[in-house]
Design a protein around this ligand. Structure first.
Ligand code: PBG
Length: 322
């Protein structure tokens, strides 16, 4: 035999020398759920280990993560039902829960990186990411609302704006609004290839943001398609996105690879709520070794080509490396 690949696997030291992919805490972004109130923690039942936190507790959570070397956070607000309306007006209330919390975090931890979510669903009485009229999701009318929302977030101190709505032209609309108002340094991480996925279920429980009618298939992508992801990526890059994201991650590793191979921008992948919940559920039953499965999943997402992973496992991963 000329080649015996097993020689490169014969000891831990050699295996680690030839290891092609590594996951480090630097690669990770932790999503956090924000609720109204003081000293409030409410568990998300379908996401063991993850809670919705009031801003004071969220601040403490940020602090404890930063001590572990985890510095980037993507914050999602859970909005009181009585503040929701058709136009998602609360999303551009400068004194609302979300911008005030961003301000609070940046004041206490200027070196924390705060990514925001731009989409109407947490604020919308229709539970959709865009403006609804006669059962249809309007595209261009939604862009103005998204741009206003992004501006409020930038004014509050957001470092990275994350449009997760999948309206056409939103990256350009947000970029223009940011630039016209002097926020030239605020980045955009676009949810470029966001699929109409069943894996978002636990997240919608967490925010009570499920659509009140129909589904999101007229704006989120069909899970059967990959070429369409290249069109979306082309548009996002030309409209000024700084990062491209694929979401969900695990069932879409081929999409991650396609974007990595075809675009020079950093690629992010969102290891979503349903992917997290499955691992936690099987782990709790003792059916899988949860920690090894977690690490293997994160590794596979990086190996596919992601530079950055948004994951609910970020904190426990960071803890495991200390
Ligand atoms: C909403 C949004 C969703 C997620 C992030 N932003 C849900 C959806 O599109 O319905 C899902 C994240 C997750 O499942 O972890 N704009």
């Amino acid at each position: 035999m000329q080649h015996r690949p097993r020689r490169n696997r014969k000891s831990a030291a050699i295996r680690s020398m030839v290891q092609e992919t590594w996951v480090t805490t630097n690669d990770l972004i932790l999503p956090l759920f924000l609720i109204e109130g003081k000293n409030k923690r409410s568990e998300v039942k379908s996401m063991p280990g993850i809670s919705r936190l009031s801003s004071d507790l969220l601040l403490k959570e940020v602090e404890s993560c930063m001590k572990l070397g985890l510095n980037t956070f993507c914050i999602f607000p859970s909005i009181d039902n009585k503040l929701k309306d058709k136009k998602a007006s609360e999303s551009f209330n400068k004194n609302g829960l979300y911008p005030s919390t961003i301000k609070l975090i940046k004041k206490n931890f200027p070196e924390a990186v705060i990514m925001t979510d731009v989409a109407m669903d947490p604020y919308s009485s229709d539970g959709h990411d865009g403006l609804v009229k006669d059962g249809k999701i309007l595209n261009d009318e939604t862009l103005d609302i998204l741009a206003k929302m992004a501006l409020v977030q930038a004014e509050a101190g957001a470092d990275i704006i994350g449009p997760s709505d999948m309206m056409d032209g939103r990256v350009g609309a947000i970029r223009d609004a940011l630039d016209e108002n002097g926020f030239i340094d605020v980045s955009i991480m676009s949810y470029t290839a966001k699929y109409a996925s069943a894996f978002y279920g636990p997240f919608r429980d967490a925010l009570d943001s499920a659509p009140k009618f129909g589904d999101k298939k007229t704006y989120q992508m069909n899970p059967a398609n990959v070429k369409e992801a290249l069109i979306e990526a082309e548009l996002d890059m030309s409209e000024g996105a700084d990062f491209l994201m694929v979401k969900p991650a695990l069932s879409y590793l081929d999409v991650i690879k396609q974007l990595k191979d075809n675009f020079p921008l950093p690629i992010a992948a969102y290891n979503v709520s349903g992917e997290y919940a499955m691992v936690k559920a099987a782990g709790a039953k003792g059916w899988i070794d949860e920690k090894r499965v977690r690490d293997e999943i994160l590794l596979s997402i990086k190996r596919a080509g992601a530079d950055i992973i948004l994951t609910y496992f970020a904190k426990e991963f960071a803890q495991s490396k200390k």
